[in-house]
Design a protein around this ligand. Structure first.
Ligand code: RIB
Length: 287
């Protein structure tokens, strides 16, 4: 089948990552960490996941006019994402995420949004049509609202990080993707109309609901955990590709869970995102 066409509207960051034995408590200094920097940002990570997993992807976003921008966009460029909708903002810096990762692969993230905070509805106006549109909440809500006007059968929002949004935006979405913290934040608001909700439960797996009723459930795959950064984003990109391709709900959730499992086995948000062949080989090798 032809590759689905997906438009993403979201953030681009450079991730500055310190890996240490444990994460600092407030006021604590942790030494002995190793340092690395990787392309990141929830929008860019989900974009790359969708691309590596088989979609034609165009991204809308903003970076600064600085050296971090090239580094942040390097893997999206290398994998052939259409970046003509990513504006270079002369007034703002490229987004940066300061990330701590501990020996169990858990993380803490602080984001300095920079140019991501300048993404406006005008950046999105006129885009489309597409087989799916995928957004997150690391860019301003008006841009996400505008993305909801793009002609598509699958308008998906990863409600991360959780923040107040108009109820009309939640109602417009065909698919909402949340973790447990986000699900608690939005409560009953996310189960609206006939839409789908994908709930990720960390080591407890994931559940897919349609019109408020559970339609699929997956246990987590057992893999060595090196770094969980970007695994949720990989899940989002993979689920949207699978549903846009017409996979049934159970298969789509399995596909997304496998992609996310592979993403935790390597360090860094974007370097760890698997391609289609890796996910299919992983699923084929399961007992
Ligand atoms: O979801 C992981 C991402 O969150 C990181 O890549 C970081 O940039 C933050 O946006």
């Amino acid at each position: 089948m032809a590759a689905p066409k997906i438009i993403t509207v979201g953030s681009v960051n450079l991730d500055l990552v310190a890996s240490a034995e444990h994460l600092p408590a407030p006021g604590e200094t942790v030494t002995g960490a190793s340092f690395a920097q990787y392309p990141g940002g929830k929008g860019a990570n989900q974009t790359l996941a969708a691309r590596r997993l088989g979609a034609e992807v165009s991204m809308i976003g903003r970076v600064g006019d600085d050296p971090y921008a090239d580094e942040a966009l390097a893997l999206l460029k290398a994998d052939g994402v259409d970046l003509s909708g990513v504006i270079t903002d002369e007034q703002a810096a490229t987004g940066v995420a300061l990330i701590g990762v501990d020996a169990r692969g858990e993380n803490q993230i602080i984001v300095a949004s920079g140019a991501n905070g300048e993404v406006g509805s005008g950046d999105v106006t006129g885009a489309g049509p597409a087989d799916a549109v995928l957004c997150q909440l690391e860019v301003p809500v008006p841009a996400v609202m505008e993305a909801g006007k793009i002609e598509t059968p699958l308008f998906a929002i990863n409600l991360a990080p959780a923040l107040p949004v108009p109820a009309a935006l939640l109602e417009r979405a065909d698919l909402l993707i949340v973790n447990e913290i986000e699900a608690d934040f939005y409560g009953a608001l996310i189960h609206r109309g006939d839409g789908m909700v994908a709930l990720t439960l960390g080591r407890q797996g994931s559940v897919l609901y349609r019109a408020g009723k559970e339609v699929a459930r997956m246990n987590v795959f057992t893999v060595p955990v090196i770094d969980t950064t970007g695994a949720g984003d990989t899940f989002c990109g993979a689920l949207v590709v699978a549903l846009a391709e017409g996979m049934d709900e159970g298969k789509a959730l399995r596909f997304a869970s496998a992609a996310a499992a592979l993403a935790v086995t390597k360090p860094g948000a974007q370097p760890s995102i698997p391609d289609r062949k890796e996910v299919e080989a992983f699923l084929a090798d399961l007992p």
